[in-house]
Write a protein that binds this ligand. Structure first.
Ligand code: PHE
Length: 428
């Protein structure tokens, strides 16, 4: 497999992608009319979407800021799905158009851009966000306006709770916390772990809690639980406490920019224990920021480009052809979320918010790149997870872990010639 693109998501590429998004926005925004609509809480969106011409879908994403690769990768996955669907005739005989707005990695901005997509552009549905905090904020607006929203990758439980307009195609942190605990306990055979979480991010706080309770339930011990806030330049006090706590590993459920910086600080302070994380680590920037300090550490994710499953390898090659880069988990989930949305549009009797939300919620056995997608009564998906290890600056496949009660994962092997030294086994 050609992985040369993996490290190439440089600033230049990010800027280029943001411009692609922006020019698409200009094109789409221009002809749609900018009437402000009359959105009132709970009474429907700012005017009906047009019933002829292209179907407009909105995407709210972190194209800039500390989580920029999340939004850029997701948008690329979505655009690949869109291109394929339009080439195959679109939905209900109409082409689909995408308008992406940047929330600058700020949950405070996510609600605003969702409001704009609804009242100014009259999107029929929304894709987004990645960060749970931003999906919580955007989902509030989507719910009030009655516009269906599919989050590709927000894993905090509360994202869909009590919001029948909001669904997601990924697993929850209730599962992800179990995955990391199980891997740490069963595969790494460690029993003493310290936790360091971002107290301001619902994702990080929630995942830290689930991990801690799962790990102690397995007989492990949490040596200390420390908190930081995203962007903190100095976490040496917390790291000192972790060092003296006797931890054999450190669970750090943060987003990649903080993770990279924190791991570097830890190594300077003489902490040699491996770090463990969740999907928030998934970025080409992780190795750039973390350098050697991140080597050998593990994180859980929704998919690995290393997996031999044919749907993965087919997606990786299509994505590489279009974007010249190896797709991360966000790209795969963006692709899956868009395809789940289009399939629901096919099935829905109309594209009204109510009909479309019901069709999305009825998604069953959808063959996604990230696994089979069936939405439960809370509009959440139950999926398998993978664990990857940072090696030579790349996240290499190590294991697949399935939800409790599922049969063990079958073809959980790295792709041939991928160079992954993973066990290829699934944990029980
Ligand atoms: N699950 C993270 C959250 O909910 C977002 C994320 C998903 C980040 C997948 C990277 C990869 O905040």
């Amino acid at each position: 497999m050609n992985l040369s693109g993996w490290n190439k998501l440089t600033h230049a590429v990010l800027v280029a992608a943001a411009i692609v998004g922006a020019s698409a926005c200009d094109k789409l925004g221009g002809g749609k009319g900018k009437d402000k609509g009359s959105a009132t809480e709970g009474s429907g969106s700012g005017g009906p979407a047009p019933s002829t011409g292209a179907i407009l879908v909105g995407h709210f994403a972190s194209l800039t800021g500390s989580e920029a690769t999340f939004g850029v990768s997701t948008d690329r996955g979505v655009r690949l799905a869109l291109e394929e669907r339009n080439a195959a005739g679109g939905v209900k005989g109409r082409q689909i158009e995408l308008k992406t707005l940047d929330d600058a990695s700020k949950s405070s901005e996510a609600g605003n851009v969702v409001q704009r997509l609804i009242t100014e552009d009259h999107v029929v549905a929304l894709l987004g966000e990645v960060a749970s905090g931003s999906s919580l904020a955007g989902g509030k607006v989507a719910q009030q306006a009655g516009v269906p929203m599919v989050s590709p990758s927000s894993t905090n439980k509360k994202v869909t709770e009590g919001r029948d307009m909001v669904s997601r195609v990924c697993f929850l942190d209730e599962f992800q916390g179990y995955v990391v605990a199980k891997f740490t306990h069963d595969n790494l055979k460690l029993t003493k772990v310290a936790v360091l979480f971002d107290q301001a991010a619902p994702y990080s706080k929630g995942l830290a809690e689930v991990f801690s309770s799962e790990f102690t339930g397995m007989g492990g011990a949490i040596t200390t639980s420390q908190a930081y806030t995203a962007g903190d330049p100095d976490v040496s006090a917390q790291l000192q406490s972790i060092k003296t706590s006797g931890a054999e590993a450190v669970f750090l459920p943060g987003y990649y920019t903080d993770v990279g910086n924190i791991v570097r600080q830890a190594r300077k302070l003489g902490i040699t224990a491996p770090f463990l994380g969740g999907d928030g680590w998934d970025s080409t920037k992780l190795a750039e920021i973390g350098g050697d300090a991140i080597e050998g550490s593990y994180y859980s994710n929704h998919y690995s480009f290393d997996e031999a499953r044919p749907e993965v390898q087919e997606f990786v090659s299509k994505y590489q052809k279009k974007w010249g880069d190896t797709p991360d988990g966000l790209a795969a989930l963006g692709y899956d979320a868009a395809r789940v949305l289009f399939a629901a549009m096919d099935r829905a009797p109309s594209l009204s918010g109510k009909d479309l939300a019901a069709a999305i919620a009825a998604t069953k056995d959808f063959p996604g790149v990230t696994g089979k997608i069936t939405l439960d009564s809370n509009r959440d998906a139950q999926k398998q997870a993978v664990v990857v290890q940072m090696k030579g600056g790349k996240p290499r496949y190590v294991a697949t872990i399935v939800p409790k009660g599922w049969p063990e994962a079958g073809a959980a092997k790295p792709a041939e010639g991928s160079g992954s030294a993973g066990s290829g086994s699934s944990a029980k």
